[in-house]
Write a protein that binds this ligand. Structure first.
Ligand SMILES: Nc1ncnc2c1ncn2[C@@H]1O[C@H](COP(=O)(O)OP(=O)(O)OP(=O)(O)O)[C@@H](O)[C@H]1O
Length: 527
């Protein structure tokens, strides 16, 4: 019995800590029914005096850090779910600083010896104090001796001892709240709280297994081995396990230190371009991207090479998802808001009983203001954010990978703009767009793309000969349109619109191909 009540006691404790840190003071009381309103007023009596002057995000962040790793992860996870916690809370949670005190050096050594099954000095010739500590792990500098007898500096990421057990216990409490909410709060049922906790449980389980992070590093290394100016640290598989990750030490400067970068003589503008272009290549070309690309996880080496660390969270986009996004952005460019609305229905993301015209009207409200702006002022991250806010109103089923992309886009664009406040997304994206066009529409890419297209659009399979016939012309069309860089302006809209109309007459497949291809171009330009 006492055991069964354990999650309940943990929740009471969590409520107490939140009350002390002033989290309940952030609730907007007039929106709440009487019972919770009274409960919150009572909880606020426990508030520490010193928290009254604290900013909202700091109160939340301090409370979650005090409650430990599981709550920090829950906070970070809910930051990506504005549909659940509301836009403001999601923004506050996005600013959550993951700062936990480091655990003891001896504990790190014990974990390494147990997991690598050898003495510390057999694995590393030197092993230093932790240089960074976060909710799940901390990182130590160390030195290894390679097979050739050379000394090489490495970074050793050690999982926080007991974090898996602690997380499991806290999950029991989260499940308890989710089940109660699903049972007694009809409004919460639609958000499927139990499924949310399931997703959190899965994603943290993956993040706590460093073999997966090592595999992500290795996959990214393979994908980017020929890319200019971008790399990831090499994994030392012999000194890695589920809770230990040993990798090459990165000696560069973090992108968070903009003053330092300028003093180093770095070209901040080209560094900003590099951030955007690298992210676009990973997303568009590989469909595999770093989903936690904040400035603390990016380093610039002396020659301007960008190095990304911390691959605990990554995102994947299928060919179809990439094309879905492409079509949407294409629709925005040519101001065909009805088409933007339709693709949501065609993809099955929005329930069929929603009204496509009203949906198109809501999308127009996002698109029209953009057409009046200068290209350098348009934030694609913001466009996507607004779009997803609208789609929520039309009960679009949550697409976790797309939301992850949009959230990462916000961060990536923010990092690039910190380095170069005058960043022009369009110009920056242009070379990556070209590369993508060549790969998908050039001679080498045609056959492969045809295969992917055939799988993806089975409904059009019978029209494939037509598809083959048209694709060459489309390639030229796109090349012409993007020759001077695709622009988000009336001229471009008109040019693509005309091309679309011409090909509509020539058949549906041609239209589809132009739409998707141009949209893909547009999408890449934008990102
Ligand atoms: N290969 C490396 N070389 C040098 N420093 C590194 C390396 N890997 C990680 N670090 C340092 O350790 C810090 C924490 O690493 P990492 O981000 O992987 O851990 P984390 O526990 O996932 O932290 P968080 O999620 O808060 O970013 C990094 O911000 C960086 O300062």
């Amino acid at each position: 019995m006492a055991f069964a009540l354990f999650p309940f006691f943990r929740l009471v404790h969590a409520g107490y800590v939140m009350a002390r840190e002033g989290v309940f003071g952030l609730a907007h009381l007039p929106d709440l029914p009487p019972a919770p309103r009274i409960a919150i007023r009572m909880a606020r009596l426990l508030e520490r005096r010193s928290v009254r002057d604290k900013a909202a995000d700091l109160r939340l962040s301090d409370a979650l850090n005090r409650l430990g790793p599981s709550y920090v992860k829950l906070g970070q996870f809910l930051a990506t779910r504005a549909d659940v916690v509301g836009k403001e809370a999601a923004e506050e949670l996005s600013a959550l600083q993951d700062r936990l005190p480091p655990f003891k050096h001896e504990e790190a050594v014990a974990a390494i010896e147990e997991q690598l099954e050898r003495r510390l000095n057999q694995a590393y010739v030197e092993f230093g104090e932790a240089i960074a500590a976060a909710s799940i792990a901390q990182v130590h500098p160390a030195v290894i001796e390679t097979r050739d007898g050379e000394r090489q500096k490495v970074a050793v990421k050690v999982l926080r001892p007991g974090v898996a057990r602690r997380f499991k216990q806290d999950l029991d409490s989260f499940y308890m709240v989710a089940r109660l909410a699903e049972r007694f709060l009809p409004a919460a049922r639609r958000l499927r709280p139990v499924a949310i906790v399931d997703t959190l449980a899965r994603s943290v389980a993956l993040e706590m297994d460093f073999r997966l992070e090592a595999a992500a590093l290795s996959e990214m290394h393979e994908n980017t081995r020929n890319d200019p100016g971008f790399r990831v640290p090499q994994v030392d598989w012999l000194r890695s396990s589920k809770g230990i990750l040993t990798m090459e030490w990165i000696a560069g400067r973090k992108l968070s230190d903009v003053t330092g970068l300028a003093q180093d003589g770095q070209d901040l503008k080209s560094l900003g371009d590099n951030v955007i272009q690298s992210f676009l290549r990973h997303t568009l070309r590989d469909g595999f991207f770093h989903a936690d690309m904040h400035q603390g996880n990016l380093f610039a080496e002396a020659d301007g090479t960008l190095v990304a660390v911390d691959f605990g969270i990554t995102g994947r986009l299928s060919v179809l998802e990439r094309r879905f996004l492409a079509e949407i952005l294409y629709g925005f460019i040519i101001r065909n808001y009805r088409r933007v609305a339709e693709v949501h229905f065609e993809a099955g993301y929005v329930p069929a009983d929603q009204d496509v015209d009203v949906f198109a009207q809501a999308i127009r409200a996002i698109g029209e203001p953009i057409h009046g702006q200068d290209a350098s002022e348009i934030s694609m991250a913001r466009l996507l954010t607004q779009l997803f806010e609208v789609t929520e109103l039309f009960e679009m089923r949550t697409q976790p990978q797309l939301i992850m992309l949009q959230k990462t886009m916000v961060v990536v664009e923010g990092v690039a703009r910190t380095l170069n406040p005058h960043l022009d997304m369009w110009r920056t994206a242009d070379p990556v767009v070209r590369e993508w066009i060549e790969q998908h529409l050039g001679p080498a890419g045609r056959l492969r793309d045809l295969g992917a297209g055939a799988n993806a659009i089975g409904r059009l399979a019978t029209d494939l000969p037509l598809f083959v016939d048209r694709i060459g012309r489309m390639s030229e069309e796109l090349e012409r349109m993007t020759h001077k860089g695709l622009r988000f302006d009336p001229e471009t809209a008109e040019a693509i619109g005309k091309a679309e109309a011409r090909h509509t007459r020539s058949g549906r497949v041609a239209l589809w191909v132009i739409a998707v291809s141009a949209a893909a171009v547009a999408w890449t330009v934008v990102f």
